[in-house]
Design a protein around this ligand. Sequence first.
Ligand code: C2E
Ligand code: CA
Ligand code: CA
Length: 510
Amino acid sequence: HEVLGQTPRIISSGMHDAEFYRQVWKEIKIFGGWSGEVWNKRKSGEVFPAQQVITAVKDKAGKTTHYLSTFSDITARKLSEEQIHQLAFYDPLTNLANRRLLEDHITQAFASSARSKSYCALLFLDLDHFKHLNDTLGHKQGDELLKMVAQRLKESVREVDTVARQGGDEFIVLLEDLGQFSGDAAKNAQHVAEKVLDSISRPYSLTDSHYVLTASIGINVFIDHHQTVEELMKRSDLAMYQAKAEGRDAIRFFDPSMQEKAARRSEIENDLRQAIELQQFVLHYQPKITQEGVVHGYEALLRWNHPSKGMIAPMDFIPIAEETGLIIPIGQWVFEQACAQVQSWQADVETKNLVLAINVSARQFRHKHFVDDLLGSYAEFSFPAGLIELEVTESLLMDDLSTTVAKMKELNKVGFYFALDDFGTGFSSLSYLKNLPLSCLKIDQSFVQDMLDDPEDAAIVETIITLGKTLKLQVIAEGVETKQQADVLKALGCNLMQGYYFGRPAPLEH
Ligand code: C2E
Ligand code: CA
Ligand code: CA
């Protein structure tokens, strides 16, 4: 009698939105009924899942006079569905993913890494001497220990990573999105593995004793569909055995070159953090030559004078600096250094008009204080901003073009020039060219290198020079190594040239 005279609103849980009810009514209108699962509310206020059927009752004329609704509580069925799912995909002891779910995730990782061109890694982990401990502890305590290990494993990785139990004391971790460079990926995977070993080796307290465990980890870094799930597992497993063979409590990569890469990568990263303070950076200068053979200016190229590794080329540390964000202070250092150089040129009529180009990477340019930092440093000097040219690449134009253009314009207003570096290798459309405050196109060295043998490269070089003339931009060719190349470029009307033929990057004498 409590519900007599009431509307169904008294059992409404409030968990469905208006759109849901609109759909329900739409179906009832069209089909004369609806059935499905809804959340309803008990008298106590508790929400429960119900299987609900609504039917329109019509009179002889076909007009709806009533709606009849029946429902049943499906809480128990829902629970058992969940339990079945749990049993099918999860390890009952630890609640980690089981082998089947892991294989599913690996297959998905193949596809997504092929799309994103980002590396993944599989970590095979086996506890050291667990069997012995299990025998002395008894299986019940052994199980407790495995549960604690599982918990720590989960806490050592990100939410998106899959942690699975393979059975016994073997665990597998799938790491995704480790970066687009194999060296970064190896380092990142190693970093996670170290974190895992650290966490696992903390003492475990069981009843009244403490236990200590270590583990051995094998890593296989992968991308795309190059190997099958079985191969991937087998290789990680092999690497794990390698770690065991080399004394346990260790990490080994399946591919030894990955091991080296990871080690080198983290070494460089650590050293890079102190390189500015320790004054290990230097700029080398490479001349840019006019058609008349006069030095127009220089490009400043960064070198890292490492105390034990010697001179390190930018290609070996700039990507790391970009990834770690260290490119921001490093880039700022380059700019200030370049300004100081141009300032010192002002004292002499011979050098006073030299233009100095510096490279600015996309990550640096996108930093929100880039323009302010640059202008702030520039304010300390008193030479015309036009003596500094910023070389940027097309990758800068790949996203958020409007912000990029606004920043370029802001700097251009002060007087700084922009050159588009490595031109011809990008894949963006040419239409942006006329909207950018550019003053120079820099033909990528790969075209210059092959232009004498490869007619297609020659055609590209010629096209860029023509394009530059049409858009009233200067064109410079880089990587000019021979007299023949220089002669052809000059004949084609290329404004400036740069390359080993004219001079290698080196410290300045003046
Ligand atoms: P990039 O801007 O395209 O620089 C030209 C590269 O070609 C330089 O390599 C230069 O040494 C080299 N090169 C010059 N002439 C010739 C030649 O005739 N033949 C050949 N085969 N190579 C030639 P480097 O110095 O190793 O620099 C590599 C890249 O590192 C640069 O490419 C630039 O993208 C980046 N980089 C260098 N310095 C900086 C910097 O201060 N900041 C940033 N963000 N990137 C920099
Ligand atoms: Ca450059
Ligand atoms: Ca270049």
